[in-house]
Write a protein that binds this ligand. Structure first.
Ligand code: CTP
Length: 397
């Protein structure tokens, strides 16, 4: 069950050119299980048709305080029932009205009538975005607790390019999830590794493994949604989740350096599939088949730096390892947990269908140093991430 399942969201659409993109946001929210009530301003109705939103949302669009004789005070009903109000796109006008509390239309009245979190996605031309008045209004409402989804740089209406373009729909949805999630990791730094390391044979060839980084990425996304500052050390090209600081690495040695350079992590989740062996003497030129017989490639062990992290673990830090196994799942994982002095280990049987490398799903056993075991049946990797971080957050106390 995701953060959006069953949540009532009022989607306020105001009159910016980007209003058409709110259609996609609406679709994604509904797909993720939210109950979406669209509210459009007069300006928004000039940009897109109400029918499109009504067709995709959970309820028909509302546009006025007075258009429904059966619901004489729709703003209080919607405001009180909402788990969240999302304003996407948000014009300079609505941002100003939120600051001053001016109840100019149904959307503003609903925002005033709610105690739920409010998420605002500004979208406007660069000149408007950079106006001190707009920036000051945003500062004030942010300090009051409104979440702002920063606009991006890119193509704007009329062929211009600059800051002020509405954030990508996936980014908007990630911010909504975050606003609906308890921030039990606020003020914490979570360090996550992801992907299989790539150990060079020569300048164009590597030894690697089947890891795609999906489980590590899901842990990073979940940690950010829970309010943490997140660093993701990754070997894969997949764009990082929203809000996450990314460090790119290739080899086990690179990953070790990147991880060891961070000394303030409260939780370390070593989801990466670090190579156990690497070519002992990588060639500095491309090996050519015309060189003769197929080359012998002697291997040497890589350094298991999770062992070092366990040895040097500062007080209060929670260290999480992963174990990809094909037999005696719990026995092998427990032995690794003890040998590497971990607080918990997440064991998956990668010989099972739908489990581990490359899949969007996983089935794991979360084993703690005190011996307790929690089985997480086959589910999506974000769910697994949630359970791993529940356990880790509990250990932080
Ligand atoms: N790990 C590491 N450095 C290595 C190898 C592994 O930090 N050189 C970490 C992985 O990121 C993972 C954990 O150790 O969190 C377990 O990795 P795994 O490959 O399952 O176990 P190994 O210790 O390599 O044991 P084996 O190869 O015998 O299964």
């Amino acid at each position: 069950m995701g953060a959006l399942t069953g949540k009532r969201i009022v989607l306020g659409v105001t009159g910016g050119i980007a209003a058409y993109k709110a259609v996609e946001v609406c679709r994604r929210l509904v797909e993720a299980g939210a109950h979406v009530q669209p509210v459009m301003t007069d300006g928004a109705l000039e940009m897109v048709g109400a029918t499109t939103f009504s067709a995709l949302a959970s309820e028909p669009v509302k546009t006025s305080l007075f258009d429904d004789p059966e619901t004489p005070i729709p703003h209080t009903r919607m405001g009180q029932a909402a788990d969240l109000v999302l304003v996407c796109p948000a014009t300079a006008r609505i941002i100003s009205d939120i600051r001053t509390g001016r109840s100019a239309d149904l959307l503003m009245s609903t925002i005033l009538a709610t105690r739920a979190p409010v998420v605002v996605c500004p979208a406007m031309h660069t000149e408007m975005w950079e106006q001190p008045a707009v920036q000051e209004n945003l500062d004030v409402i942010e300090r009051r607790g409104v979440s702002i989804v920063p606009p991006e740089r890119g193509r704007l209406a009329g062929g211009d390019t600059g800051d002020g373009r509405l954030a990508d729909p996936a980014t908007v949805v990630a911010h909504v999830e975050r606003a609906l999630t308890e921030h039990d990791l606020a003020g914490r730094h979570v360090l996550v590794t992801a992907g299989g390391t790539r150990e060079p044979i020569d300048p164009v060839r590597v030894i690697s493994n089947k890891s795609t980084g999906k489980q590590g990425y899901a842990v990073a996304a979940e940690a950010w949604a829970r309010g943490a500052r997140v660093t993701l050390v990754t070997t894969v090209e997949t764009p990082e989740p929203v809000g996450v600081h990314r460090v790119d690495v290739q080899t086990a040695a690179d990953m070790q350096r990147a991880v060891e350079s961070i000394d303030d992590a409260d939780i370390i989740v070593m989801a990466a599939a670090v190579a156990d062996f690497r070519p002992a003497d990588p060639a500095d030129h491309k090996l050519k088949k015309t060189d003769g017989a197929a080359p012998e490639i002697p291997l040497e062990k890589t350094h298991d730096f999770l062992v070092d992290l366990g040895e040097k673990k500062p007080d209060g830090q929670v260290l999480v390892g992963f174990a990809a196994e094909t037999d005696d799942l719990v026995g092998n994982a427990r032995a690794k947990l003890e040998r590497k002095k971990l607080d918990l280990i997440v064991a998956n049987d990668v010989s099972q269908p739908g489990v581990g490398f490359g899949y969007d799903t996983n089935e794991v056993v979360i084993i703690q140093a005190d011996g307790s075991c929690e089985h997480v049946p086959l589910t999506d990797k974000r769910d697994v991430a949630r359970r791993v971080l529940d356990t880790a957050a509990n250990k932080l106390g």
